[in-house]
Design a protein around this ligand. Sequence first.
Ligand code: ATP
Ligand code: MG
Length: 437
Amino acid sequence: MTEHITKQTKTAKLVGVKGMNDILPPDSAQWEWLEERVRSLMARYAYRPVRLPIVEPTALFVRGLGEVTDIVEKEMYSFEDRLNGEQLTLRPEGTAGLVRAVVEHNLLYEGGRRLYYMGPMFRHERPQRGRYRQFHQIGAEVLGFGGPEVDAELILLASDLWQQLGLRDVRLELNSLGQPEERKAHRAALIAHFEQHADLLDEDARRRLHSNPLRILDTKNPAMAPVVESAPQLLDFLGEASLAHFTAVRDILEANGIAYRINPRLVRGMDYYNLTVFEFITESLGAQGTICGGGRYDYLVEQVGGKPAPAVGWALGVERVLELVKEQGEALAAPVPDVYAIIPDAAALPQAVRTLQMLRAAGLTAQMHAGSGDGMGSMKSQFKKADASGAAHALVFGADELARGEVSIKCLRDGQGAQRSERLDQLAQWALSLQSN
Ligand code: ATP
Ligand code: MG
């Protein structure tokens, strides 16, 4: 019996975890393209990269994001490390870990920091279009500066990115959550409102009514829309300082031609936010239309055990942004090699490989034909592969030509297959002429 099971499990096809995707060619080229654009844009705004662990202590997220949030209540991959009993969690978002690192390494000692990260996040949600269990975020965070100008800078940075990616129809929604003191009065009004309409609340909302009523505003349940629409608005509870901060952000955005809509019900999903919150939303992706969200979180550094310091940031969902790029952005050309090396006889391999190395050093992309293990294959099949590779030129390393110190170059894309010989010692020159075209 056991033997039988072992045999079966050995041969059964293993598949990946549900909701966790492999990113393969040709899509993976799009990912790199996006990452490169982000890196160069971040550098232009003087943001510096950080690379942080994927696993953090569970307590960091419980404390940081808030106990009564979707993420902490239902979405975290938490587990005990069997080897030492530590309670750990696969990070569901990047901000808490970044703040933990900033505090741990005292990064604010000499002043504020502008940082960014990219990487996988994990949430146990129901997989669907634009919603996965392993997904990827790119995040930008500014710590140590409390003024509205950095809120605006982050929004400008994101808008700049949409432009770089060729995205249209991305709208910005803006709100202010004020300060904890202001939220207290709003909270009481909110509870009174929802109590009055208790019959309209779903189970989540009823449970959160007294523990975290603000979260009810972030519901995804369309049946609750009317009772959320009519709820008291936080903006009406803001004091002078909070309103001034909000106005200053808006003034900078307006002066820079950034259109936005104020959405008084925008609260975001985590407890750590205060003052400015925002989301970038598109109508082109169906229900999962929020491609980027962020805001100020002036109390998180202190909550994680650091000396109090203001902070603000955003995170975008890479899968959603790339889907939008596919729909709206410039079409990305699939990468193709400049040359494909055809090697009629294995005896020519040492010389052919040396030549390819020289061409790569000169900046060309070169793909070598590889055999199946018993020789290089027929010329016909090699030319077929050369064609399929999309290469502009085939280099044919025939024995006779090599003996003369030459290689034959066949143009694969002029429709005529023009072929000529070139001296090996002139090939670097030829490579240069290709690149200057
Ligand atoms: P949503 O309301 O769609 O659940 P969220 O408010 O939970 O999003 P955030 O925590 O603000 O999302 O994360 C920032 C961005 O990360 C989102 O705007 C979205 O683009 C992306 N994102 C969040 N969760 C997922 C997921 N499960 N799969 C893919 N992308 C996601
Ligand atoms: Mg969510």
